[in-house]
Design a protein. Structure first.
Length: 442
């Protein structure tokens, strides 16, 4: 007698996609590294919808293609440049130079910290590195002159976020890679918004000093001889920044070449000034390698997760859902920004970009927004996630460097800068030309 074979019902891609997102967040809550969590869910979901053989082949092909892609070389090169810059002590010189010109004003040490953070961020490309560095450089000085703990740590946390906006930015580079945009144009697009951020943070400090004149003291005025001497020490980061970004803007370098030239320039400057010993060089190489390995692990995991999203058609379905709400293009944009603010309470900047951009980007393109402009907007929103409660990566970094300061104290000091960042975000949405002017001239 012939046996009756009952065909297995086809799996519902929507249910599998929803289950994949739930599993991803569960793994992240269990402290599984983000890259590994995305890879596990992506490969597992792909195996369920296609077959396990194809899913396993995907792992090897994606990993090899990612680590050998010339375009992706921009990430380790700029990370190495930042490592050489951090090790060679440029941060102290930037702060000392800014302090000689601004420290004598009420709240001047805070303004000097923002200026120095901007200069350091422009050649390090890392928000976390900027926050950690100035926790050791600027915080002792501000406390020595009687600045409150909340203000001192708040300024450093806010200044640290400049690393995500000013080029070379690792977050902008990853966004460009995921969305297949021009990395050079995205770097240049971050310049004017980054300068706007510096100005608005300085204005915030000036307002605090005006409203509470007894809250922020002033340091002694430096002589012109001291100012000139301090300026002589900041030629190196200025030359390096102009060389790298000028080469990008002028079309002399591709982004990857600019990263290599920047790393080589930072190395030579450190050697010529006697700031890089053999141990320093080894530590810089190890630091850049570890960070690059972590970034590439997350990138590979994101690409594997992206294949899973593609076969479930999740981006298309999210686009259809958001555009059917009847909110208009700016209403949908505000909804997306609110989503990022909520996610900022749960995950770090890189994880947010890598996890959400493949889903959100088709929505943005469907609504007709410029992808370069949106890259700047999304990084600005991610910046807020670095400092706003209850989880702010920069706040945790500062706490680890300055253990005697409580989390509540740091968050209290950050609140005025969060307000300034929200105003800046509204300005960039209202006037896209601020981000798009320089890229349009390339």
């Amino acid at each position: 007698m012939a046996t009756l074979t009952i065909p297995k019902p086809p799996m519902n891609p929507d249910l599998i996609a929803a289950g994949g997102f739930v599993l991803l967040f569960v793994l992240m809550l269990l402290r599984v590294p983000v890259g590994m969590a995305m890879a596990l869910v992506g490969v597992g979901g792909y195996a369920m919808l296609v077959n396990s053989t194809a899913a396993l082949k995907l792992i090897g092909q994606t990993s090899m293609r990612t680590v050998t892609d010339y375009t992706f070389g921009v990430i380790p090169m700029f990370l190495l440049m930042g490592a050489f810059v951090s090790t060679s002590g440029i941060s102290k010189e930037l702060f000392r130079a800014a302090n000689t010109f601004l420290g004598h004003r009420r709240g001047g040490l805070g303004i000097a910290t923002i200026a120095a953070c901007g200069g350091f961020a422009a050649i390090s490309g890392s928000s976390v590195a900027t926050a950690a560095t100035f926790s050791t450089v600027a915080y002792p000085e501000m406390r020595r002159f009687g600045y409150p703990q909340s203000f001192a740590t708040g300024v450093i946390a806010a200044g640290g976020t400049l690393g995500a906006m000013l080029p070379p930015s690792t977050v902008l580079a990853v966004y460009a890679i995921i969305t297949q945009q021009d990395i050079g144009k995205l770097f240049v697009a971050g310049v004017l918004p980054g300068l706007l951020a510096i100005c608005m943070h300085m204005i915030t400090i000036a307002i605090i000093a005006y409203v509470k004149p007894d809250f922020l003291p002033a340091a002694p005025r430096a002589t012109w001889d001291e100012r000139v001497a301090a300026l002589k020490n900041v030629w190196a980061p200025l030359v390096l920044f102009v060389f790298v970004i000028g080469g990008l803007y002028g079309g002399l370098f591709t982004p990857t070449e600019a990263g290599g030239m920047g790393a080589g320039g930072a190395f030579l400057i450190g050697l010529l000034r006697g700031r890089l010993s053999r141990a320093d060089i080894r530590n810089s190489l190890l630091q850049a390698t570890r960070t690059a390995a972590a970034v590439f692990t997350v990138l590979i995991g994101a690409l594997l997760f992206g294949y899973f999203l593609t076969i479930t058609q999740t981006p298309q379905k999210v686009t259809e859902f958001l555009t059917s709400l009847g909110l208009g293009r700016y209403g949908v944009l505000i909804l997306i920004m609110l989503m990022y603010l909520v996610l900022g309470c749960l995950m770090d900047a890189m994880a947010m970009i890598i996890l959400t951009v493949p889903i959100i980007f088709p929505v943005i393109m469907h609504l007709g927004f410029d992808p370069i402009w949106f890259g700047v907007i999304i990084v600005m929103t991610v910046e807020l996630g670095l400092i706003h409660p209850p989880v702010g990566m920069n706040v945790f970094v500062i706490k680890s460097v300055i253990p005697e300061v409580s989390f509540s104290t740091i968050f209290k000091g950050v609140i005025p800068f969060i307000c300034a960042d929200l105003v800046r975000l509204a300005i960039l949405i209202a006037f896209p030309i601020i981000a798009l002017y320089l890229p349009s001239r390339m």
